[in-house]
Ligand binder design. Structure first.
Ligand code: F6P
Length: 364
């Protein structure tokens, strides 16, 4: 009997359930394959008693369209840095990776499919280096993984951000206001750039192109030059001005290592006021709305392709690879290559040139 463990790690994103379902459905066509889900990423395996469930066709029925993940996820800790409470009450971390591999052997797991972003990919690479049979599926709304044209979840986030721009346009126009929409994406400006183009925004501020507030101010004044006017600014959470400071906070949640980005929208508003902009400014922070709800059709299709491809890699024992979409194919990319560099917006790219051709100001 081959037993494949499936888990979802890192922040959730629309399409996770579609991948799980695709793996289960494809596996059901093979003899001697069982799919097991670990609850809350690798934590399910490390808990006592273990929290794992059999995933069969019945348990994945109807989940194609569901947001989130039926097996839970976490972006804290992991087998190499498992949070443990010290005797003095403070928190530390423990490397439980070897123990986890032993637990997987004991459970009869013959291979693992890890559905996650860059953090999950790093964990998978380290586990593969220890000899674990593991394959990754790239998920993230940020679209910041290289080697794949798109990660699933991204297009849904762009759709949600675009709908937010559409809504802000009507209220901004009615009140002659400036609206700043802060979107997610970490250090990548993909969501901001795509939704700014799709929604017809006037200004797009992304991490890859540091802004000068004076240039944004000038664009605003042009928008108001005929007396009445309004202005839509889409800003990526990781954006920074020419001084290069990201806005956010260090988290005090146990095991949470990421810098918590957020607040650039408010800081941009303050900078505009300081620069002398006198029009009304309102800030909208879209936040986790971008990660919730049902995946759009594009992401469902991509998730299904990834799920089937990941299982088929397991079937032929091509461990140590991440499935990736390279139009028009789904290919296998070795972990080292997939991890080599983040996928960021190039300031000289066609998409940025398109945006500039449409008159969108980046502040550079
Ligand atoms: O990586 C996905 C993402 O949604 C980022 O865009 C964002 O910065 C981060 O996760 C938020 O993480 P959390 O869910 O821990 O607040």
């Amino acid at each position: 009997m081959n037993r494949i463990l499936v888990l979802t790690g890192g922040g959730d994103c629309p399409g996770l359930n579609a991948v799980i379902r695709a793996i289960v459905k494809r596996a059901s066509q093979e003899k001697d394959y069982e799919i097991v889900g670990s609850i809350e990423s690798f934590n399910g395996v490390l808990k006592d008693p273990a929290e794992v469930i059999i995933l069969d066709e019945q348990s994945v029925a109807g989940i194609l369209v569901k947001g989130g993940t039926i097996i839970g996820t976490t972006n804290k800790g992991g087998p190499f840095a498992y949070p443990v409470r010290n005797n003095d009450g403070t928190w530390g971390t423990l490397d439980r990776s070897d123990e986890m591999i032993r637990r997987l052997q004991y459970m009869g797991i013959t291979g693992v499919i890890n559905i996650g972003g860059d953090g999950s990919l790093r964990i998978s690479k380290a586990l593969a280096d220890k000899g674990l049979n593991i394959i990754n599926v790239p998920k993230t709304i940020d679209n910041d993984l290289s080697s794949t044209d798109y990660t699933f979840g991204f297009q849904t986030a762009v759709q949600i951000a675009t709908e937010a721009v559409d809504k802000l346009v009507t209220t901004a126009a009615s009140h002659n206001r400036i609206f700043i929409l802060e979107v997610m994406g970490r250090d990548a400006g993909w969501i901001a750039l795509n939704s700014a183009i799709a929604g017809g925004a006037d200004v797009c501020v992304i991490p890859e192109i540091p802004y000068d507030i004076e240039n944004i101010k000038q664009k605003i004044e042009t928008r108001y030059s005929k007396g009445r006017g309004f202005c839509i600014i889409v800003v990526a959470e990781g954006a920074k001005n020419k001084d290069g400071k990201r806005i956010g906070a260090v988290s005090n949640e146990v095991g949470y290592e990421n810098f918590m980005l957020g607040g650039i929208g408010w800081s941009l508003k303050q900078e505009l006021i300081t620069a002398g902009v006198e029009h009304d400014i309102r800030v909208t922070l879209l936040g986790h709305l971008q990660r919730g709800g049902t995946p759009i059709a594009y992401d469902r299709v991509l998730a299904c392709e990834f799920g089937v491809a990941a299982f088929e890699l397991a079937l032929v024992g091509k461990w140590g690879n991440m499935v990736a979409y390279r139009h028009p194919d789904v290919i296998a990319v070795p972990f080292e290559e997939a991890l080599r560099e983040p996928h960021l917006v190039s300031p000289d790219s066609r998409l940025v040139r398109t945006a500039k051709g449409l008159g969108i100001e980046f502040g550079d």
